[in-house]
Ligand binder design. Sequence first.
Ligand code: KG4
Length: 328
Amino acid sequence: MKDIIVLGIESSCDETSVAVVKNGREVLSNVIDTQIKIHEQFGGVVPEIASRNHIEAISRVAKKALEDANLTFKDLDVIAPAYGPGLVGALLVGVSYGRGLAYALNKPLVGVNHLEGHIAANYITHKDLEPPFICMLTSGGNTQIVHIKDYCNLEVLGKTRDDAIGEAFDKVARVIGLTYPGGPKVDKLAQQGQPTIDFPKTHFENLDFSFSGIKTAVINLHHKNPEINKADLCMSFEKAVTDVLIENIEKAIEMTNVRKVVLAGGVSANTHIRSEFLKLENKDIKIYMPDLKLCTDNAAMIGAAGYYRYLNGNISENTLNAVPNLKL
Ligand code: KG4
């Protein structure tokens, strides 16, 4: 079969990224231009500023991606921008750039769901990974358990009813004085702490999650007792949220009888979460997780997902629009 070269484009939040991906699995280039330094001073992403910076960066990042892959625009077979979920103005930059490129090159445009991209990051890291599997998707804006029955046949089994797990990490971090994005800093601090505090967890009959109770308990305890060791606080918070993730993934395995579990999304970079999920391998469950550099937003994962959408015949109209609350 002829090789399919996909140009993945990602601009849903504060990373402008363009990647060249061959046959959905091989990354020829993956350029990521992050705006973290710009948003750090505001304690979070400012949407208007994010859009303006995407505009400034996108052409330069795309050119660099082609240069790194040693290819030209003419070598591309498919143009695949992420079109949601995310910040509407930010998404529009990648979508418009992709539309323009697809039109000028007369190549198919394939809009990609950013969340499907996070899942597809695993196809790059694990060349042997094929559906069916269950995915624990944990990112800044989403927490879901997804049953991937086939490459383009996904069913959401459970989701958060309030905060996304990454949001809870970032809020806890901010309150204890760590800068944005707080997740990696909580991770680092927790490694020096012990899970000395037992935070209350919410359980549901189904596979839904709630993190706002745990987050509020952590914040209230810190406000009442500012002298409590921050490393222990972070470790106890991580233990509480990880226990909830593991409990639900075990329920999902029982429900589906699928014993292949994949982690995805920015929070899947977390050291404690990764090590606790790996322990499930003792229960005859196979665990897959993306390389650390593919956990957070990047265009290689969008290119990988775009490849399978293209094979599935999901070609977008050139009127493709950004969908900020796009669901799986
Ligand atoms: O997947 P992502 O890059 O963006 C979304 O699509 O939402 O996830 C970003 C989130 C942020 O909340 C960030 O704090 C969190 O992932 N994160 C982490 C770690 N690395 C990134 N949270 C916990 N531990 C980490 N090591």
